[in-house]
Design a protein around this ligand. Structure first.
Ligand code: SAH
Length: 334
């Protein structure tokens, strides 16, 4: 919800400031309308219904995959697309994937969001409203900033949203911010947060030449510097950094590349998550056997490695895919 507008309305109606906290608590528990907020005076509830939408985002499209994954495409009040995903796992985990920006200025070559036009940073309210959308249907326990956008280019709003997530049941240890390796943001993150929010780096290649091809921002912040910033974060905040590595057939998935990757990583500071590619551009995803071998080489070198479960394929749930397809629909409702 637009918290600034809420403040204005509350003061116009001569209401005490604690009303904002009450409303926030209701939303965090999954309330889907002001009518439910029974500890607010009735006339205030009526005024809010008329004057303040419950969310800063409007839902444009929602799809449910056969594995239970839900993908929502929203648009902001000024017409920009935003995606978020809810992943339901068999062990009961409920994880949401949040966007920090509408579009992304960084243009990684394999990513659907990178192919869209960059719109703008999202506000903390717009990030929180993605989570609240899913909270209205069920309890949540994990969040990852792996939707649209580069969180380190919008760090203040991302951290503000992270402060709110525990109220809806998502603790900092179960929150992960994923970055392309934008060093100024990473340094600010390490310095500014005492919290145990986790850091993930999208590495995707063990050498600068290849990484620059896949992740153009590598020209500006090369691999050695990015890894140094990760090591610094792991040491300062005393927890491992996740390395994300998207598996692209014949591009970055050879045995040699697995060995090069292992050689870069200190087993005490890093864990690797291999990501099966969700086709979104010219690349082809590595075959499962190739991913298994790559994983075995890393493990053999003592690096903790997991393979990400693929969710929501049938509904284009990978970063940017839905917005890329539904963009004209999102914009036309402006
Ligand atoms: N900008 C941040 C967060 C957004 S992307 C970052 O780059 O980390 C979140 C993760 O999804 C990144 O690791 C990204 O490389 C990966 N990703 C993007 N498109 C993908 C696709 N089509 N299939 C699999 N992973 C993808």
């Amino acid at each position: 919800m637009d918290s600034e507008r809420l403040g204005t309305i509350l003061s116009e109606y001569g209401q005490p400031a604690y009303r904002a906290r009450q409303i926030r608590e209701w939303l965090a528990r999954g309330a889907s309308g002001y009518e439910e907020m029974t500890n607010l005076p009735a006339d205030l509830r009526t005024a809010l219904v008329a004057e303040l939408p419950l969310s800063t985002l409007e839902l444009t499209h929602e799809a449910v995959a056969d594995d239970g994954t839900v993908k929502a495409l929203f648009h902001t009040r000024d017409g920009h697309p935003v995606e978020a995903v809810l992943m339901r796992f068999r062990d009961g985990r409920r994880s949401i994937c949040l966007s920090s920006q509408s579009g992304c200025p960084l243009a990684c070559t394999f990513c659907a969001t990178g192919a869209m036009q960059f719109r703008r940073n999202l506000t903390a309210d717009e990030i929180i409203d993605q989570a609240l959308h899913f909270r209205r249907s069920e309890k949540l326990d994990h969040a990852v900033f792996m939707g649209m956008g580069e969180p380190m280019l919008n760090l203040d709003s991302v951290l503000e949203a992270c402060e709110y997530l525990p109220e809806i049941g998502i603790t900092p240890r179960r929150t992960t911010i994923s970055t392309v390796g934008w060093i100024p943001g990473m340094e600010a993150f390490t310095a500014s947060t005492e919290s145990r929010v986790r850091l993930a780096l999208s590495l995707h290649a063990p050498r600068d030449d290849l990484r620059s091809e896949l992740v153009p921002s590598n020209d500006r912040y090369p691999l050695a510097e990015v890894l140094a910033a990760c090591r610094n974060d792991a040491v300062q905040r005393k927890q491992k950094v996740f390395i994300e590595y998207v598996m692209l057939a014949g591009v970055n998935d050879s045995d040699e590349e697995a060995r090069q990757l292992a050689a870069l990583l200190d087993r005490k500071l890093f864990k690797v998550n291999l990501i099966p590619y969700n086709p979104a551009s010219v690349y082809t995803g590595s075959l499962p056997e190739r991913i298994d071998t790559f994983c075995a080489i890393l493990r053999g070198a003592g690096i903790g490695t997991t393979i990400r479960l693929t969710r929501g394929r049938s509904i284009d749930a990978a970063c940017g895919q839905l917005a890329a397809r539904g963009l004209s629909a999102a914009v036309s409702t402006k």
